[in-house]
Design a protein around this ligand. Structure first.
Ligand code: SF4
Ligand code: SF4
Length: 475
């Protein structure tokens, strides 16, 4: 049997209008049980636009892990190795300050964007909404039929046909979740690692396989059962709307001056009636089950489905469209178009300053990170050729996104480098390389117990870094 609360299977659009709508969330009934959302499929210009946008979005999301720039993935967020790649540029833990400022810029951008454009990201670009509304919900319509048919079928005793339909749906949902989990993982560990994990025995990738299955079950749970609860209760961005929005923010809004008093009876009468025909379509298409006529609510993800639904109804009854529209609170109340408030200007000023700092740090960022240390346990060696040698190890990583030529030189002509094992002559971007080498100095030229030397790290005859090291002599 379904787990859904069948006592409230039909959306009662009148109860949505009660003044106590702010005392409870739209998806919970008075007994505290979850109301399953049977969302009518929207039709209209905005929904078509969202569909096209989501096709491009999903194409990019699934395609980007395959795109490489100079051998590196374009995007990689490898938290396991603390390595991040943006547009081929490698960022390592040494770039922590950059990362911190980058996060601040990102958060502030979200604040400014939300302040001006409301929660438009949620409805149009959040992966949760795109997958749920443009993929999983559409599959559900395809297998189980439109929302009203689903409501009726779920309310009755389950038939064999319904069991079969539900089973097929959940198999497809789970398979899709597995594909999404693989894609998600390819952004975290990289496509190469993922392919290796798939090809090699499972016993060698216990952690990776566990992560893959955890993500698969997580996505499956979210898209098959949790759904709009993620946006209403779990998502921290959604919870912030109350403090981010103001009366100048552009939101999905019902033009109550034009729409009220709402009435289903459209006969000619002495009384003034509003344009809202109280058809309830705006509620029926709402994925979070709210009635936008009650005003802005934290459940609204700005998906614009209610705009499409209302426009369709307005067209059917021969009234002007945009009774529900994208506008600000002050626009609807007074006709004043959104303006740049001091609050927005202040946020933009701080954002620009931080952006300037970030760009400055990025431009002057050192493309190489290198350390040269004496190998522990080896102080000095006296050699048969009358030289004294010290053993060092260099660890170096290039963050340029390119394979770079590399070699070492010393500032002292009397000292020379002798490599242990194979000499490195190039650095692959994002991969830490190391080599071990002796520095040898003729015994008779050593005048101090400790000699300071400089090692020039060069790429194509250009000095990329200078490292100071100490040479221990036997003086
Ligand atoms: S109120 Fe309208 S815009 Fe907001 S979530 Fe519901 S359908 Fe989408
Ligand atoms: S869809 Fe439009 S006309 Fe119908 S109830 Fe909603 S606001 Fe009123």
């Amino acid at each position: 049997m379904p787990l859904k609360n069948k006592s409230n299977i039909l959306k009662d659009t009148n109860t949505q209008s009660e003044s106590n709508f702010r005392d409870k969330i739209s998806t919970v009934d008075t007994a505290g049980k979850r109301k399953w959302m049977y969302v009518f499929k929207p039709k209209g210009k905005l929904f078509n636009l969202r569909t096209w946008f989501s096709i491009v979005y999903l194409g990019l999301l699934f395609g980007l892990p395959f795109v490489r720039y100079n051998g590196n993935p374009v995007f990689l967020f490898d938290v396991t190795k603390s390595k991040f790649i943006f547009f081929g540029q490698v960022f390592l833990p040494q770039d922590f300050v950059l990362f911190g400022i980058g996060m601040l810029v990102f958060l502030l951008f979200i604040v400014v964007f939300t302040l001006i454009f409301g929660r438009v990201f949620c409805g149009w670009a959040c992966p949760q909404t795109i997958f749920l509304e443009m993929v999983f919900r559409k599959i559900e319509y395809w297998i189980e039929g439109p929302a009203n048919k689903q409501q009726i079928a779920d309310a009755k005793a389950w038939t064999t046909e319904l069991y079969v339909r539900k089973t097929i749906k959940h198999i497809i949902f789970f398979s899709l979740s597995f594909v999404i989990a693989n894609t998600f993982l390819s952004y975290i560990i990289g496509l190469d690692e993922l392919v290796r994990m798939i090809k090699e025995p499972m016993s060698e990738h216990v952690l990776g396989i566990t992560m893959l299955m955890v993500f698969t079950f997580l996505f499956y749970a979210v898209y098959a059962f949790v759904r709009e609860i993620s946006c209403i209760v779990i998502c921290p961005y959604g919870r912030l709307q109350g403090v981010l929005l103001d009366k100048n923010s552009i939101i999905v809004i019902y033009d109550y001056l034009r729409g009220e008093p709402r009435t289903k009876k459209r006969k000619a009468t002495e009384e003034k009636i509003g344009d809202c025909i109280d058809c309830g379509m705006c509620v029926n298409v709402c994925p979070t089950g709210i009635d936008i006529r009650n005003g802005t609510q934290l459940e609204c993800v700005n998906c614009t489905s209610c705009i499409d639904a209302c426009n369709m109804m307005m067209k059917n009854v021969g009234l002007e469209p945009n009774l529900i529209k994208y506008a600000s609170e002050s626009d609807v109340a007074t006709g004043v178009k959104p303006k740049m408030t001091y609050r927005i200007k202040a946020y933009i000023a701080v954002l620009l300053v931080l952006l300037g700092i970030l760009v400055g740090l990025l431009v002057t960022r050192d493309m190489f990170d290198a350390t040269i240390l004496r190998v522990p346990g080896q102080i000095l060696q006296e050699n048969a050729d009358s030289t004294i040698s010290n053993l060092y190890k260099v660890k170096i990583v290039s963050k340029s996104g390119f394979t770079e030529a590399y070699h070492l030189e010393l500032n002292n002509k009397n000292a020379r480098i002798e490599y242990v094992g194979k000499k490195l002559d190039s650095l692959k971007s994002g991969i830490e390389s190391e080599e071990t080498f002796f520095i040898k100095v003729p015994k008779e030229l050593i005048t101090k117990r400790k000699e300071n030397l400089k090692v020039f790290i060069k790429s194509n005859d250009k000095i990329i870094q200078i490292k100071k090291i100490t040479f221990i002599g036997e003086y």
